[in-house]
Design a protein around this ligand. Structure first.
Ligand code: ADP
Ligand code: MG
Length: 700
């Protein structure tokens, strides 16, 4: 008897060779095999007689090979042509490029075959023909138990696995299901199953592979059958359960707890340089509620580029500091850390706090002093990049952790910074407009606050696509803006800011632009400059002492200079959508109208064009994220890899978002009772079900 976690080699029909083949393709257990669900279904329960075929119809036919030949054509290469008959009539089938090897080796007069596809009329001889139909060569075996797997039913069609054909897989899966020891341990609670009409696991696996007569083929092909829906739900449900449990756990953890009073509230108000937007007020209230609660805050603050997350973070810092705790802000780049530092000094400095910044390349003695002050509690707010994670960074009383642009960090880094305090409150901020579905699967253990409103007085950014041919006109536009006293960014793609970076394009661009704008102040900024140099340049640009900032992508995130109104991106075709959106977010921060120019060569690839079209058509980060998700697939979305996006086997983040929402609410409901949550936690950590989504970390 097989269990889901039994090694695949024990399935009937799997010898050592097939076992190693399957294993090398990630199919190690019976469960792995059974979760390779059919990529399609064909209704072979009734076969059309050849005499009844009409052009334009989709049909399955069961016939005998009458004759076959390979024709060499001048225009279309090798064509395998097979003529079949079922006694009522004849039909042709043609496969271009000679068909698959399995097919061309197997065709022999007299052999039985099943074809499935669209019936066409051949323009060449006006006969009825199937072009490149799905096919199956039948064995001349006496009808056995398994013969009925292929014909006379709704047949599952599988993706080949390492040379194992759909037909072979059908047999292996049939054997595995037949030998499965029952009842299966079903991870979905019966009550949830009943409520949503999901079949139990065993029924589900049987029906998904071998639908029964009367099952809706169209529904099966849309992955919308009850069996499909159940498996999709299950993958999401298990993931969301883990998240729900983690949240439950952290709610019953005692964390750092802050208080607010009249004095603290007035401090918070005092730092505000402007009226907060309604959205900022709302998220601040959500944050403060968390800060005052017994459990540690675990909150994600999402807000599009320029929506004003920083000030909200600073307000939380005030609450922490006024409660006698330390706070840390971690930013992904030196420049952003530097900018936060300058801002913090300006905004928070007047309240008399001691603020430190941890720079890379800081002098040894200075660093030592900084660490001592931090450990002694003399520094109240520390700002830095991932240097903050170093072992030597020790706090006296860390109560608030803020991570800016979380998409640049991984989950591990977030957790590591948190361990520097004793259950500190944590706020992670991101402008990466990840679609909601992704957010739910990556940041599912965080509570979500969203700033969905821009500060008032912003003028829209106009985005244009320009080819290098019209570069002179574009530079003319830049000159116009500068005459009005505005500043410009010009960005070159140096994607990897590593040791062996190729800075050539940015450097050359800098020289070129210095020539073109010889009467203007042009500076070059890149990741390999020393911290002080970078800081000096940024400071000068922010103060309006520079007109053009030529830069690599180091300015991608966070940089905030309201007087800069032009963002010119050279070789825009080489940037990802998220990056383009971030870069564009550097302008449009003041009341003046801004311009973003995406410069590319005449000829660019198709996806690059789609990215650029998307940028031109909208500034809505969430819409762009949806496009990005479509163009790249969830696994490739910026920064999500290291964030531990689980891989789903049946579910699809793009198509199944409704099911994801359902799974999330069911999971939340399920862990509402503490007792139930604890029981589940034990079960989940004890069980090594092969049905859990691959990559899902164990509960801890
Ligand atoms: P992001 O969310 O991208 O980090 P920032 O916090 O850098 O955005 O804010 C962008 C700019 O908007 C900053 O210059 C900030 O001072 C300004 N800003 C933020 N909130 C408001 C507001 N309520 N009214 C006016 N300006 C604001
Ligand atoms: Mg920011």
């Amino acid at each position: 008897m097989l269990r889901l976690d039994t090694d695949v080699q024990f399935v009937k029909g799997v010898g050592p060779r097939r076992a190693s083949l399957l294993t090398s393709r990630g199919v190690r257990t019976v469960g792995d095999l059974l979760l390779r669900i059919p990529r399609a279904y064909q209704d072979r329960s009734t076969f059309a007689s050849l005499a009844s075929l009409r052009a334009g119809q989709d049909a399955a036919v069961h016939a005998r090979i009458y004759r076959s030949r390979t024709i060499q054509t001048r225009t279309r290469g090798r064509i395998l042509e097979v003529i079949l008959t079922d006694g009522t009539s004849f039909v042709h089938a043609k496969w271009f490029h000679g068909g698959s090897t399995a097919l061309s080796r197997g065709v022999a007069a007299g052999r039985q075959m099943i074809l499935f596809g669209r019936v066409d009329r051949d323009t060449y001889d006006s006969k009825l023909v199937f072009f490149n139909p799905e096919f199956e060569l039948l064995e001349e075996e006496t009808p056995s138990a398994t013969a009925s797997l292929d014909v006379g039913r709704i047949a599952p069609i599988y993706e080949e696995i390492g040379g194992l054909t759909s037909r072979q897989l059908r047999r292996l899966i049939f054997a595995a299901l037949a030998d499965l020891s029952t009842p299966l341990d079903d991870p979905i609670p019966p009550a949830v199953r009943t409520e949503h009409g999901f079949p139990d696991l065993q029924t589900c696996l049987n029906r998904i592979h071998f639908p029964i007569a009367g099952d809706n083929v169209d529904e099966l092909n849309r992955r919308a059958s009850p069996a499909h829906r159940r498996l999709i739900f299950e993958e999401f449900f298990l993931l969301e359960l883990v998240f729900a449990l983690r949240r439950k756990q952290s709610q019953i953890t005692r964390g750092v707890r802050f208080e607010t009073n009249e004095r603290i509230r007035s401090c918070v108000k005092k730092i505000l340089p402007f009226h907060p937007t309604a959205a900022q007020k709302r998220v601040l209230r959500e944050i403060v509620d968390d800060l005052k609660a017994t459990y540690p805050m675990n909150r994600l603050l999402q807000g599009d580029v320029g929506s004003g997350k920083t000030i909200v973070a600073f307000e939380a810092v005030v609450v922490a500091l006024e409660n006698g705790y330390q706070a840390a802000i971690m930013a992904p780049t030196e420049i952003l850390a530097e900018q936060h530092y300058l801002n913090a000094k300006r905004v928070l400095g007047p309240l008399g706090y001691s603020i430190g910044v941890l720079r890379r390349g800081i002098r040894r003695a200075e660093k030592k002093k900084l660490f001592e002050d931090l450990a002694a509690g003399n520094i109240q707010l520390i700002i830095g990049t991932h240097v903050l994670l170093e072992e030597s960074t020790v706090f006296n009383k860390l109560g608030l952790v803020i991570i800016d642009e979380q998409h640049r960090f991984g989950v591990v880094q977030r957790l590591r910074l948190m361990t520097k305090g004793d259950q500190p409150n944590t706020l992670v901020m991101t402008a990466t407009p990840i679609p909601r579905t992704l957010a739910m699967t990556i940041y599912g253990d965080l509570d979500l606050s969203v700033i969905d409103e821009m500060p008032p007085g912003r003028s829209p950014i106009k985005t244009i696509h320009a080819t290098e041919r019209i570069a002179p006109q574009i530079f003319g536009r830049l000159a116009d803006e500068m005459r009005k006293g505005r500043q410009c960014y010009v960005v070159y793609p140096v994607i990897e800011e590593s040791e062996k970076v190729d800075l050539k394009s940015a450097t050359e661009g800098f020289e070129k632009l210095s020539g073109i704008f010889s009467d203007r102040k042009v500076a070059l900024l890149h990741g390999r400059l020393r911290s002080e140099e970078k800081e000096a340049i940024m400071r000068a640009f922010a103060a309006g002492e520079l007109d053009v900032l030529v830069s690599t992508t180091v300015i991608e995130v966070g940089v905030d200079v309201a007087n800069a109104t032009v963002m010119l991106i050279e070789h825009a075709e080489r940037f990802g959508l998220a990056q383009l959106h971030q870069l564009r977010g550097r302008v449009g921060r003041g009341s003046q109208a801004s311009l973003c120019v995406l410069m590319t060569p005449e000829k660019i690839g198709e996806t690059a064009r789609e990215r650029i079209d998307a940028m031109v058509s909208t500034t809505d980060g969430f819409r762009l994220a949806e496009v990005d998700l479509r163009l790249r697939g969830p696994g490739e979305m910026a920064g999500t890899r290291q964030s531990g996006l689980p891989e789903f086997r049946v579910a699809n983040l793009m198509e199944d978002s409704l099911m994801l929402s359902l799974a999330q609410s069911e999971a939340k409901k399920y862990v509402e009772s503490e007792e139930q949550a604890m029981r589940l936690l034990k079960e989940l950590s004890a069980r090594s079900s092969s049905i859990t989504p691959a990559g899902l970390v164990t509960v801890g």
